[in-house]
Design a protein around this ligand. Structure first.
Ligand SMILES: Cc1cc2nc3c(=O)[nH]c(=O)nc-3n(C[C@H](O)[C@H](O)[C@H](O)COP(=O)(O)OP(=O)(O)OC[C@H]3O[C@@H](n4cnc5c(N)ncnc54)[C@H](O)[C@@H]3O)c2cc1C
Ligand code: SF4
Length: 485
């Protein structure tokens, strides 16, 4: 049934139903159910069809949101999918895990006017999940095959988006990854309750069907040299993400039971994928029956606390030195964590990890904070409240303090690869090329730890620049040949 638009006074903001906390915390499946068509159409019909769509402006891939909302409201789902997939290589992933409150939905005029944003992410997920179900998502079939090849290092969202765009143009694309599966943090970082694994796996399969070659379990810089890769391909894209975990520097950090977030999450994700994980099976990386303290306030910390809940932890606490309003993690995820039984110790910073005589962690000694004057980043600086120390019991302590880039010039044996002062790759903002000719970069390795949707945007932009570069090289070579003959 076709619906008229501008229904926001008649219809309220709605999300697909969420599984009850008591049920969902027993498994790693996504927490939202799928929408029925009338519900998705009703929600879409709330859109104001603004002249200047701020949702689109604040979406990193500039999705044509008002257009696909209108098409959903009119029941024209296949066209909605065509519009939505024209600007985004993984709309169903972004619909699930973009922090919409900070991006499209946060800028929706209905949100600003207190009517509640259209739940854009949920509609985007609905459109593409439906497209998969109905067979509208097809592998790429380039109009013509080109001889030139591109090597992509990193099968995360940045690398995969670039691979698809380059295949559309007919390039021969090979993606290299040191993990044994494609997907990067989508597969080994982000847990199934936010993004079920099959959603990522079917994307990787589609790319294979599109002719993209995957070389997995290969560490570039160790198993294959960067120089050899450069000789093999006309252009290289580095999309390696950022993996050097920031660590605590307090007494006791060497105690047994203190883990970086990715060690903990990777083990749990591998278990969810059906792999054998000895350190999970022997209890080391399994929170069952244990007191868990996670230190940090971003998306990674939220994923750790909610994973610990699902593993059957005795207690799960999140220690963060600022307040809830100043947490970098998505507010929606904080609310989900609270519903599932996570206790937040806001305005608290760690002072020491306590341990027994066998060096097994027993707790975190923390101190209460207050927010002082803003620091260089403009955020209020936490200051300790003297004499306010307390102890949170902990058998497992997880450090979720963020990530820095690895030293790529050293890893790749390429001192010519220029870095910024943050250790990310220096690129020309006009064309994503690094300081090495024909070597491009995209995603977290350029921006620092960021978002999936930004990695996709960067991958798309880099693919366009690589195309321009390779076509330029091709014309130059043809001119040379012409001159020589
Ligand atoms: C726990 C966690 C939760 C997150 N949750 C969200 C969320 O809810 N929403 C959101 O938008 N973002 C989230 N993010 C951020 C998001 O996952 C990243 O911004 C995004 O994945 C970056 O994409 P990328 O392609 O740049 O890198 P990655 O996804 O990190 O992929 C890089 C790939 O490169 C490979 N690689 C690295 N070095 C080499 C080498 N030398 N040789 C071969 N392969 C190599 C890696 O194995 C990896 O597969 C989260 C991050 C984490 C850690
Ligand atoms: S990609 Fe992300 S920001 Fe853009 S419309 Fe989808 S959910 Fe919103």
């Amino acid at each position: 049934m076709t619906r008229n638009m501008l229904q926001f006074l008649r219809l309220g903001q709605a999300m697909p139903s969420k599984r009850a906390a008591d049920t969902r915390k027993k498994d790693f499946n996504e927490i939202y159910e799928k929408w029925a068509e009338p519900d998705a159409a009703d929600q879409s019909s709330r859109c104001e069809q603004c002249g200047i769509p701020f949702c689109q402006v604040h979406c990193p891939v500039q999705n044509n949101i008002p257009d696909w909302l209108k098409l959903v409201a009119e029941g024209r789902l296949e066209e909605a999918y065509a519009v939505s997939s024209a600007t985004n290589n993984m709309p169903e992933v972004c619909g699930r895990i973009c922090p919409q409150d900070r991006l499209c939905e946060g800028s929706c005029v209905l949100e600003q006017s207190k009517h509640g944003a259209v739940t854009i992410g949920a509609v985007e997920k609905y459109i593409t999940d439906t497209a998969w179900e109905r067979g509208w998502v097809k592998p790429v079939t380039p109009e013509k095959e080109l001889e030139q090849s591109v090597g992509i290092i990193g099968a995360g969202p940045g690398g995969l988006a670039a691979a698809e765009e380059l295949r559309k143009l007919g390039y021969q694309v090979t993606v290299y990854d040191r993990y044994d599966r494609a997907g990067g943090l989508l597969i080994y970082g982000i847990p199934g309750f936010k993004l079920e694994k099959y959603v990522v796996e079917r994307r990787a399969k589609l790319l294979e069907q599109s002719g993209v070659k995957f070389v997995l379990g290969v560490n570039i810089g160790t198993d294959v040299s960067f120089a050899d890769l450069r000789k093999k391909h006309g252009a290289i894209l580095i999309a390696t993400g950022v993996y050097k975990a920031r660590v605590l520097s307090v007494p006791g950090v060497g105690a047994n039971g203190v883990f970086p977030a990715m060690t903990y999450l990777t083990a749990s994700n591998k278990k969810d994928l059906g792999d054998k994980v000895p350190d999970y099976d022997n209890g080391k990386l399994n929170a069952k029956g244990k007191n868990v303290v996670v230190i940090g306030g971003g998306d990674t910390a939220m994923d750790c606390v909610r994973t610990a809940i699902r593993q059957g932890a005795k207690s799960v606490k999140c220690l963060y030195r600022r307040d809830r309003e100043n947490m970098p993690g998505s507010q929606r995820e904080v609310a989900n964590a609270i519903e599932e039984g996570v206790e937040f110790l806001w305005m608290s910073g760690p002072e020491a990890i306590l341990h027994d005589s066998d060096n097994n962690a027993t707790g975190v000694r923390a101190v209460r904070m207050r927010l002082g004057t803003p620091d260089a980043s403009g955020r209020a600086k936490p200051e300790e409240i003297e004499g306010s120390q307390f102890v949170a019991p902990a058998d497992i302590v997880i450090e979720a303090l963020g990530f820095d880039p690895e030293d790529l010039p050293v890893m790749f044996g390429e001192p010519g690869l220029g870095l910024t002062r943050w250790g990310t790759l220096k690129t020309d903002f006009r064309n994503a090329m690094t300081t090495m000719d024909g070597v491009f970069a995209a995603g977290d390795i350029v921006r620092g730890a960021s978002l999936v949707v930004w990695a996709i945007r960067d991958g798309r932009d880099a693919a366009a620049s690589i195309h321009q570069h390779l076509q330029g090289a091709r014309s130059a070579a043809l001119n040379e040949l012409r001159k020589a003959s």
